[in-house]
Design a protein around this ligand. Structure first.
Ligand code: MOS
Length: 746
């Protein structure tokens, strides 16, 4: 039985639930010191004086660093790029300037963590305070066109202006989303150790060991071979651990100065200011359609805040570039505003999950304005050609997602009239949204070692961030070699292994997995060659094409040989295959590759209390071929829950005077918990996509976090007749919003 397609359980599951898995802060290292960061309460200004005398004398303190004695670090090259993965370009403890609340002003290093933290409280800082620039509807008017860092900032296809005026029905709306934080269970942690030869080993809670290594090599001007990064288990990444943040550099430099290992783990509160976050968006969208609902034009613009020193763009309007066709044309644009905050970053699913709020709520508003069913409206505007590039989609099962999802959900039984469905005291609402997610293609290397006991080992410097990476890589190698999955070990998260890409952009299965597939195929081919021409060759004279890898070895017709026998006959301890997957950049390929979804949400609204509760959810996904239905389903469930947070709970409010994030713990920042989530239904409607990956897979993880929020918001409208255009949909917004008419017919 083929290992791929089986719902096997996590290779490392037992280790994790029994506490055996060592996360970064658990790694024991003899002689390691602990760092505690002291940070600024003000968001703009400078430090006038920093008195560290008492801290330096406190018990256990080994060193106190401020900008005065911290070694200078080479300035970070801008702009921000994937190969230069610094979370923010501003280097801390290098000058007296304060650009954001929570900016480090001192680092205390002591024998114990409590000693470092206590000594930190003894430091007194005087500030010169300037009023901070914060992001809101007023200041957003000063936003500007930023330089490109991922996709083009603005786009225009066809004649969008004409398309918008040609429409018989037009929806023109502003939707806003809140600042949000990643809130991983595992706080960021880092530990640096320089050995006597000048070799640096970093243990890091990160999403890409090679990205960190390469960045450190550039920033500290040391050859990459002199840096080892290890990160075997990560307790939640969500994009927050994709790039390198200041505390990591502080630990590295402090360890070099002190000549002892230094460990820094951010406090829960520091998780809101020392690493990135998802910036708020203000999105303006115009949809125009003929009177049947066929789109004639789309215009989508988004404004988001960034730090004063970086031009991070949240590409929200991208969602409208390729999701639906529009006969006249589509235009999109992005602007940013420099504010006193740390640099925002990617957060699951960056760009798309925000943009779909505008696109897919506006589509619902259009459906009501035209008087067509929201599922039918989407089927009507489905397209097999990417409107943005004009290339055909490699595969696009949007139609299947919509129809199979609607059937499973029982959409046909829905009465389209708002406030028409009830269950006792609850108003019932049902909403739908479609989703699209980018397919990134990055190179990845892997090695597969076949061992004399007939087992195999996969080695690659990719990352397990909780998604099941160890498990699916085991399946890929087992499948290629004809082994049982439990005969394959997997080593990841270490720069001493073959170079791979970061676990970002939902790319691991398709790209890093392709590297493993190629390596496994290579070692299988070596084994076949031995079986044909090696010592005491069992299949001598046969052709390679007729040999199959099955049942823990090779087979030619009814002749078989196990790998252990084959290696023994050739006196080999191991047989090694290397994989080097180097895909064409997606943008340069013949087809447009995206994954897709159609999501169906049902909510119960208690109008008296203003409470919204998700009661049912069906997600139908086209992520290509599914390697492991269990881990894939877990991805989907995680994405839906993540979207429930976006729709109903999550927001990091900013103090408008102090310019700092207000909620800095799990009691102030709300996320969904078990009681918020009903049974969730997941359907996989995709097929093998050979353009996307040799494995036939497309991006899955972040796809599942896209379009959940608009489906829920649309359901809230259906339940209540109230159209909330500002996320999250909180009690006070439901109370203060009156029942509205939807249409603005032109
Ligand atoms: Mo994901 S936000 O690309 O780590």
């Amino acid at each position: 039985m083929s290992a791929v397609g089986q719902p096997i359980t996590r290779l490392e599951g037992r280790l994790k639930v029994t506490g055996g898995a060592q996360y970064t802060a658990d790694v024991p290292l003899t002689g390691a010191l602990h760092g505690a960061i002291v940070h600024s309460p003000i968001a703009n200004g400078r430090t006038i004086s920093i008195d560290t005398t008492a801290a330096e004398r406190a018990p256990g303190v080994v060193a106190v660093f401020t900008y005065r004695n911290m070694p200078r670090i080479k300035p970070i090259q801008k702009p921000w790029v994937h190969l230069h993965p610094y979370g923010q370009s501003y280097l801390v403890l290098q000058d007296d300037q304060i650009h954001y609340a929570g900016q480090p002003v001192a680092l205390v290093v002591a024998d114990r963590l409590d000693q470092a933290a206590y000594a930190g409280t003894l430091i007194t800082v005087q500030y010169e305070v300037k009023p901070p620039v914060v992001f809101n509807a007023e200041t957003a008017r000063g936003a500007f066109d930023p330089p490109q860092f991922l996709w083009p900032v603005n786009s225009s296809v066809g004649n969008p202006a004409k398309g918008l005026t040609d429409g018989a029905v037009r929806i023109e709306r502003v939707y806003t989303t809140a600042d949000r934080h990643h809130n991983q269970m595992e706080p960021h942690a880092t530990m640096s150790n320089w050995d006597a030869s000048g070799h640096l080993t970093i243990f890091e809670a990160c999403q890409g060991v090679f990205a960190l290594r390469d960045f450190v090599s550039i920033a500290l001007e040391i050859p990459p071979e002199k840096v080892t990064v290890i990160s075997r288990y990560v307790g939640g990444g969500f994009g927050g651990k994709a790039y390198v943040w200041p505390h990591t550099l502080l630990a590295i430099v402090a360890a070099r100065v002190i000549r002892r290992p230094v460990r820094i783990q951010l406090t829960r509160a520091q998780m809101y200011s020392m690493v990135g976050h998802q910036p708020a968006t203000i999105q303006t969208i115009t949809l125009a359609a003929d009177k049947t609902g066929k789109l004639t034009g789309i215009r989508h613009d988004s404004v988001s805040p960034t730090s004063v020193f970086d031009d991070y763009i949240e590409y929200a309007a991208n969602a409208s570039r390729s999701l639906w066709g529009a006969s006249g044309g589509i235009s999109t644009g992005h602007k940013i505003l420099h504010t006193n905050r740390n640099t925002p970053t990617v957060m699951r699913a960056p760009h798309e999950a925000l943009g779909h709020v505008a696109t897919e709520i506006a589509m619902d508003e259009l459906a009501y304005a035209v008087g067509v069913d929201p599922v039918a409206l989407r089927l009507l505007n489905d397209t097999l050609v990417d409107p943005y590039t004009g290339r055909p989609f490699s595969t696009r099962a949007m139609r299947r997602c919509l129809t199979e999802g609607a059937q499973r959900f029982g959409w046909n039984a829905r009465n389209p009239v708002p406030r028409s469905m009830r269950d006792g005291r609850y108003l019932i609402g049902q909403g739908v949204a479609g989703g699209i997610y980018t397919h990134w293609r990055w190179p990845s290397k892997a090695r597969v070692v076949l061992r004399s006991d007939g087992s195999a080992l996969v080695e690659s410097g990719m990352q397990e961030i909780g998604c099941g990476t160890y498990t699916v890589m085991r399946q890929v190698a087992a499948d290629a070699l004809g082994l049982r999955a439990d005969k394959v070990d997997v080593h990841l998260g270490d720069t001493r292994l073959p170079a791979s890409h970061s676990a970002i952009g939902s790319t691991t299965m398709s790209n890093a997995g392709a590297g493993v597939l190629l390596a496994a195929n290579a070692v299988r081919d070596k084994a076949i060659a031995l079986a044909l021409t090696g010592h005491d060759a069992p299949f001598g004279g046969a052709t390679a094409n007729n040999v199959l890898a099955v049942n823990e070895g090779l087979a030619l017709g009814d002749q078989t040989i196990t790998y252990s026998d084959l290696l023994a006959r050739n006196r080999l301890k191991v047989l090694i295959g290397d994989g080097n997957y180097d895909p064409v950049e997606e943008a340069k390929g013949p087809t447009a590759i995206f994954s897709f979804s159609a999501l169906f949400a049902e909510v119960q609204v208690d109008e008296e209390l203003g409470l919204v509760r998700l009661s049912r959810f069906v997600g139908a996904y086209d992520a290509g071929r599914i390697i492991n239905p269990r881990t894939a389903r877990s991805q989907a469930i995680g994405g839906i829950i993540w979207g429930v947070g976006q729709a109903l709970l999550e927001q990091s409010e900013t103090d408008p005077v102090m310019g700092r994030f207000l909620h800095r713990n799990y009691s102030g920042y709300l996320v969904p918990t078990n009681a918020d989530i009903p049974e969730l239904e997941v359907i996989f409607a995709g097929e093998f996509d050979p353009e996307a990956s040799p494995l036939g897979t497309k991006g899955m993880g972040e796809l599942t976090a896209v379009a959940v929020a608009p489906a829920i918001v649309n359901a809230v409208y259906h339940a209540t007749g109230k159209r909330i255009r500002d996320l999250p949909v909180t009690v006070e917004k439901l109370w203060s919003t009156t029942t509205q008419s939807n249409a603005s017919k032109s």
